[in-house]
Design a protein around this ligand. Structure first.
Ligand code: CUA
Length: 327
């Protein structure tokens, strides 16, 4: 039955089709470099699927092209052609082969997914916050917040992805991992970067007018650099908190009205006429009956035409005492 298989023409057609298909695969950059352990596995699976497709595409297309070329009906041929019956052997083969292949792909896919989602004991955890139109990264242990995602190389990072407003999508193409940020849900992603470098973070879900500019960066650094960065950032946070606590202590300490009068004259007297006793550009302050807290907040933040932050620290405490003394 297979004695008359036209091996040579089929082979020639097959080689041509294989060259065209493989050329597209090899000469176009379909995927970014795989710079995480997970991307390595996923991209290998993707290429396995691709080359399986190439093999079957070449077989099917070669037979089809040969049949069209060889047995094409001539223009004046109106016959139905000879009757053909099924070929049981062939049908069993073309059912069995794809079935086996499907099972192989399913098992392979499961293994990749299972490994990519295996949680490592020494992982670093980072909270990823998405909002219109920026990314923020929080390091829970250290109390640090950052606009760039800093990760140590060759160590698994667990990203707890959350959204503060609408749906966004965290994506680093080189890491081969992508995950939606959905309000009310924490979406966990695991990434193990294996190359030092800087990569773009892209929002991959249309989230509003600023979607296309919703970008940030991942910096993958050595373990030492990561530890140094984290320690430095934690110290900065601590110092800032200490400084603001110290400032608050000075501002809220009991002030001296006489000293406050001097400060008031220099900093506030231009607008508040006659040391606040009469209306000038600013309103009259005598008799307003405000609490210390209200006066302090007003001086710190300003309001309307009045600028905030002109007086701070002990001066602020003294000004509060002065205004209290005249009202
Ligand atoms: Cu956020 Cu698109």
């Amino acid at each position: 039955m297979y004695k008359n298989v036209p091996i040579i023409p089929l082979a020639v057609i097959g080689v041509i089709i294989a060259a065209i298909t493989a050329g597209q695969a090899l000469f176009i950059d379909w995927l970014p470099p795989a710079d995480s352990v997970e991307a390595g596995r996923t991209f290998t699976l993707m290429w396995f699927l691709f080359w399986c497709s190439v093999v079957f595409f070449v077989i099917v297309t070669s037979v089809l092209v040969y049949a069209i070329w060889k047995w094409r009906a001539s223009d004046d041929d109106l016959e139905d052609g000879p009757p053909t019956h099924g070929n049981t052997k062939l049908e069993v083969v073309w059912t069995a082969v794809p079935s086996i292949l499907l099972v192989v792909v399913a098992v392979y896919g499961y293994i990749v997914l299972d490994r990519n989602e295996a949680v490592a004991a020494d992982r670093v955890e980072v909270d990823v916050y998405a909002q219109q139109f920026m990314w923020t990264y929080g390091y829970p242990g250290a109390g640090v917040e950052s606009g760039d995602l800093i990760l140590p190389v060759n160590r698994q990072a667990q990203l707890n992805v959350r959204a503060r407003d609408v749906i966004h999508d965290f994506w680093v193409p080189e890491f081969g991992i992508k995950g939606d940020a959905v309000p009310g849900i924490t979406h966990t992603l695991w990434i193990t970067p294996n190359k030092v470098g800087t990569y773009p973070v892209v929002c991959a879900e249309l989230c509003g007018v600023g979607h296309s500019v919703m970008r940030s960066r991942v910096r993958v650094v050595s373990e030492q650099d990561y530890a140094a960065w984290l320690a430095k950032s934690a110290t900065k946070v601590k110092n800032a908190a200490a400084a603001s606590a110290a400032a608050e202590k000075l501002e809220t300490a009991p002030g001296d009205a006489a000293a406050g009068k001097t400060v008031f004259e220099a900093k506030c007297g231009g607008c508040h006429a006659a040391l606040g006793m009469e209306a000038g550009v600013g309103p009259k302050l005598a008799g307003i009956n405000w609490s210390d807290e209200q006066i302090r907040t007003q001086v710190k933040n300003g309001k309307g035409a009045m600028p905030g932050g002109l007086v701070s620290g002990t001066d602020l405490a003294n000004v509060v005492a002065y205004v209290q003394s005249i009202q």
